[in-house]
Design a protein around this ligand. Structure first.
Ligand SMILES: Nc1ncnc2c1ncn2[C@@H]1O[C@H](COP(=O)(O)OP(=O)(O)OP(=O)(O)O)[C@@H](O)[C@H]1O
Length: 307
């Protein structure tokens, strides 16, 4: 597992990570989410010992990762998929990494197979597409068969097939009992991939909960009601103290579940033509939660100009 205690990183006058505490548990995919500049990469770099904390600590499997005698066997990390010599073949790149970490070269064939790159392993990495580069980065991360896997924005720029592959792969690693920690600034992607969420904004933790809890706590919901005598239904529900808003040919009701609303309306002999629970999307919930921590807000005009 990964454990952070009062983890802090300051760059000159900027506090990138501000005294955060969290535990990333094994056996599940934990999504690390936050808007651009929230502190995700800085946190991941501190986990991997690439940045030293200004104060606080972070440990991997109970000790500081930088002090590990066999780092690739502790954590497999994908930070920058382009950090590969372009003239070297995928196989040579992995062989070199394996040799410098005391890992038998037979493992190279296994990880190439694992990520589906065996047929192109002799090609120069500089010719790889973005998706192939990500797969090669993940193959490198898996060389030491590590119990902890950290992937920073692994689906950035991937096509739908590549995204699905990363998702399935992450799930498989968690099912094998590994600790899987994946950053992204896209909620929709995490909704499909993560069991647990750690949301960061301006260097502080905004949420640390299961996906289900996140939805319950942060996603707004209402019941859409359509009825021939809409005014009468609205009057009845408002009279019961419910939060009722009329929008076109429907009313939106908050504060009571759909079945109870149906029963109540039926008990007055009124007909109902539609009764639907509507939840705001995870993306909406995430945007609402992190709205105050977004560094760069696009104005409506600049959004329009960008289109
Ligand atoms: N080496 C550095 N020197 C100065 N400031 C830095 C440095 N690295 C990061 N920062 C600042 O720290 C803050 C957090 O950056 P970080 O890259 O960790 O965010 P992030 O959540 O990974 O963002 P993104 O999704 O854009 O990658 C940002 O304001 C960033 O400008």
């Amino acid at each position: 597992m990964i454990r952070a205690h009062q983890l802090t990183k300051r760059f000159a006058d900027r506090t990138a990570v501000d005294g955060i505490d969290f535990v990333v548990e094994p056996g599940r995919v934990t999504g690390f989410l936050g808007p651009n500049g929230a502190g995700k990469s800085t946190t991941m770099r501190m986990i991997l010992g690439l940045d030293a904390p200004t104060s606080g600590t972070v440990s991997v499997n109970g000790h500081r990762y930088a002090a590990s005698p066999a780092p690739l066997r502790e954590i497999g990390a994908l930070l920058d998929a382009h950090a590969i010599h372009p003239g070297r073949s995928a196989r040579d790149h992995l062989r070199w990494m394996a040799a410098s970490n005391g890992i038998p070269t037979t493992r190279v064939g296994e990880v190439l197979d694992l990520v589906g790159l065996d047929s192109v392993a002799g090609q120069r990495a500089g010719r790889f597409s973005l998706g192939m580069g990500q797969r090669l980065g993940i193959a490198a991360a898996m060389l030491g068969d590590p119990p902890v896997v950290v992937l920073d924005e692994p689906v950035n720029g991937l096509d739908p097939e590549g995204i699905r592959w990363v998702r399935t792969f992450a799930r498989q690693l968690a099912d094998e009992g590994r600790t899987v920690f994946i950053s992204s600034h896209l909620m929709s992607e995490m909704a499909l991939m993560a069991d647990h969420l750690l949301v960061i904004g301006r260097g502080t933790i905004l949420a640390d909960c299961s996906m289900t809890e996140f939805m319950t706590d942060h996603a707004a919901s209402y019941v859409r009601v359509k009825a021939p005598a809409l005014g009468d239904v609205a009057h009845l529900l408002t009279g019961r103290g419910l939060d009722v808003t009329r929008v076109d040919d429907e009313i939106r009701v908050g504060g009571l579940d759909a079945a109870s609303i149906g029963d109540l309306v039926f008990s007055r002999g009124l007909a109902v033509h539609e009764l639907t629970l509507v939840r705001s999307s995870l993306e909406d919930a995430f945007m609402a939660l992190t709205a105050d921590s977004v560094e760069y807000h696009a104005t409506a005009a600049s959004e329009g100009a960008a289109r």
